[in-house]
Design a protein. Structure first.
Length: 590
């Protein structure tokens, strides 16, 4: 539910709509003790003055050490495609950015992990990976109604519904969403088979954008195929130019719609990053064209060869970079794509026999190839599989289960942490005849991005982990411009729960707060993060420990805003609380 972008701009009264920052500038508030209020205010003043005068001599600083273990799921098979489940750590070679990295953890497929039991270290002494998170399974269905057509959709949904019912009854958590021109959450993250069945039934009855857009495309193709009166003269040139304008207008609309789809898909997989366990996304679609309307422009070129206005037109409608960005974001979030091409066969046309154009088969083949690039790219780039909508789809879906349960987990500790860079990964097996696959890379997210991931994940999965005993209070709404209400939000953290370092004459700490707002349809805002240093003079420390710290923000609510997730993190003690609360304020309608 739930995608969002990190790195928001800090602004007071920033909007809380999807893709924009939900909060204004936060303020660190003092406790009820006057002396502590002065201590917190003095902290801000010290920070400002320090930027205006030469730096004081450095003093010893105690820092908590964060250990970053990157886990890579690896799938191994023999020459016949049969899973190989008995490889040892010494039979894998893992590389990051082309350099071999030693394994710090290793977990082979096995019943002990699936049952949640203890797993012994590998025979070569490589430690076993922890079981808790790895034992969980999350399966997400993303139905791309923008590109889906009616052909083959019913069969794909029937088989998929049967498969999901089995996974839920095996204890997997399932989430079903769809996208036409906006995101729709059809279920929460659930183990309830009735909820999943109802969502799949609802998908059977939705109108697909893809079918309607296909009819518009067929009309353009028919118009191109009609004889043009006076084709060699001015009238013919006007008709030809009109056809090109219509084609370009259709392509521009398709480009805009599919860019929005891919951005929503990218934000959606971002929001899955904080979920524990192995995460599989079943992308049900006819495919997103990597070159939008490629078949239309090629048909135009064949119909009117050598026309100068066509030169360079097709290159403007490429979605290759946007498709690659989705793959990168999925890898950054640990999400594996399993794509299901809902078209029953390659080159199947969308129109009836009466609608067909002379080059229909060639046109459909060009379109199908362009669409299939995205389906293959998503699967290959994230270490998943591409499935075809054939009569054997049920068996193919079972391969996903075997894939996930038969995966190895290779862990290593990189030399960097939170550098914000994308790092390439590759794995090979030294055993003859064994081929392996894995995700192509991962983003080493910054601490701020990771905190945002966990805030968004709480909106998806529900439940609060609250070791700091943080609480959140909402104020009364105050009308702002254009009747948009602003709601004050205060985060309270008991001072006794925070870790402070004695720096000589004072104790210092740091708290960061991240806020994400969710809408009823499942979309979320950007994650907004503020960091607050704390400095308490030694003589006030005892009183400070009996109070609570306060951090205040202002939320500008938009129609449909439903709930807010807040994470409060003690940066010194590396302890984090997540609190989700409902927004019971209904913004006024204009």
């Amino acid at each position: 539910m739930w995608g969002r972008s990190s790195s928001p701009k800090t602004r007071r009264h920033a909007a809380a709509s999807e893709g924009r920052s939900p909060v204004g500038q936060g303020e660190a508030m003092g406790t009820k003790t006057t002396a502590v209020v002065r201590a917190v205010v003095a902290l801000v003043a010290v920070g400002t003055a320090a930027a205006q005068r030469p730096a004081a001599p450095a003093k010893p600083v105690t820092e908590a050490v964060q250990v970053n273990v990157v886990n890579v799921e690896v799938f191994a098979a023999d020459r016949d495609g049969v899973p190989v489940l008995d490889l040892t750590p010494g039979e894998f070679e893992l590389r990051e950015d082309g350099r071999v990295v030693p394994l710090s953890n290793f977990l082979a497929p096995g019943a002990a992990r699936l049952a949640g039991g203890a797993v012994e270290a590998a025979s070569d002494g490589t430690p076993a990976a922890p079981l808790g998170d790895d034992a969980q399974r999350v399966m997400v269905v993303f139905a791309d109604d923008l590109n889906l057509t009616y052909m083959g959709r019913k069969r794909a949904l029937d088989r998929l519904g049967e498969y999901l019912d089995g996974r839920v009854r095996d204890g997997w958590r399932v989430l079903v969403v769809s996208y036409d021109r906006s995101l729709h959450a059809l279920t929460p993250l659930t183990r309830d088979p009735a909820l999943v069945a109802a969502a799949m039934a609802a998908l059977q009855h939705t109108t697909t954008e893809g079918s309607m857009l296909g009819l518009q495309k067929q009309k353009l193709l028919r118009d191109m195929g009609r004889p043009i009166a006076g084709e060699g003269g001015d009238a013919g040139d006007l008709m030809r130019e009109s056809l090109l304008r219509e084609t370009e207008m259709f392509a521009e609309e398709q480009l805009r719609l599919n860019k929005s789809l891919l951005e929503s898909l990218g934000r959606f997989v971002d929001s899955l990053a904080g979920l524990p366990g192995r995460k599989a996304l079943l992308f049900l679609s006819d495919g997103v064209q990597s070159r939008v309307c490629d078949e239309l422009f090629r048909e135009y070129q064949a119909r009117f060869p050598g026309k100068s206005e066509f030169i360079g037109t097709m290159s403007r409608y490429s979605l290759s970079l946007a498709l690659q960005e989705v793959t990168r974001r999925a890898n950054a979030s640990g999400v594996t794509f399993y794509t299901i091409n809902a078209r029953p066969e390659m080159g199947a046309g969308q129109g009836t026999a009466e609608d067909a154009v002379p080059n229909q088969e060639a046109v459909d083949t060009i379109e199908a190839m362009s669409r299939d690039e995205s389906m293959t790219g998503f699967a290959a780039g994230t270490g998943g599989l591409r499935l075809a909508n054939t009569r054997a789809l049920s068996d193919a879906l079972q391969r996903i289960t075997a894939d996930i349960e038969g995966a190895y987990l290779l862990g290593y500790t990189p030399s960097h942490f939170g550098d914000g860079r994308y790092h390439k990964l590759s794995v090979r097996s030294t055993r003859a005849g064994v081929s392996v696959r894995c995700r192509e890379g991962y983003l080493d997210k910054t601490p701020a991005e990771r905190q945002g991931d966990r805030a968004a994940a709480a909106l998806v999965a529900g439940g609060n982990a609250n070791p700091l005993s943080a609480t959140v209070a909402l104020g009364e709404p105050e009308k702002q411009g254009r009747n948009t209400p602003a709601v004050g939000l205060t985060v309270y953290v008991p001072a006794a729960a925070l870790t402070l370092l004695d720096t000589g004459g004072a104790s210092e700490g740091k708290v960061s707060v991240t806020i994400v707002v969710a809408k009823a349809n499942g979309a979320t805002s950007q994650a907004h993060r503020e960091t607050f240093p704390i400095k308490v003079p030694s003589q006030h420390l005892a009183a400070f420990r009996t109070q609570r710290t306060e951090f205040t923000f202002s939320l500008l609510l938009q129609p449909g805003d439903r709930s807010v997730s807040v994470t409060a993190r003690d940066e010194v003690g590396q302890v984090e609380s997540v609190v989700v609360t409902d927004l019971d304020v209904e913004p006024e309608k204009r």
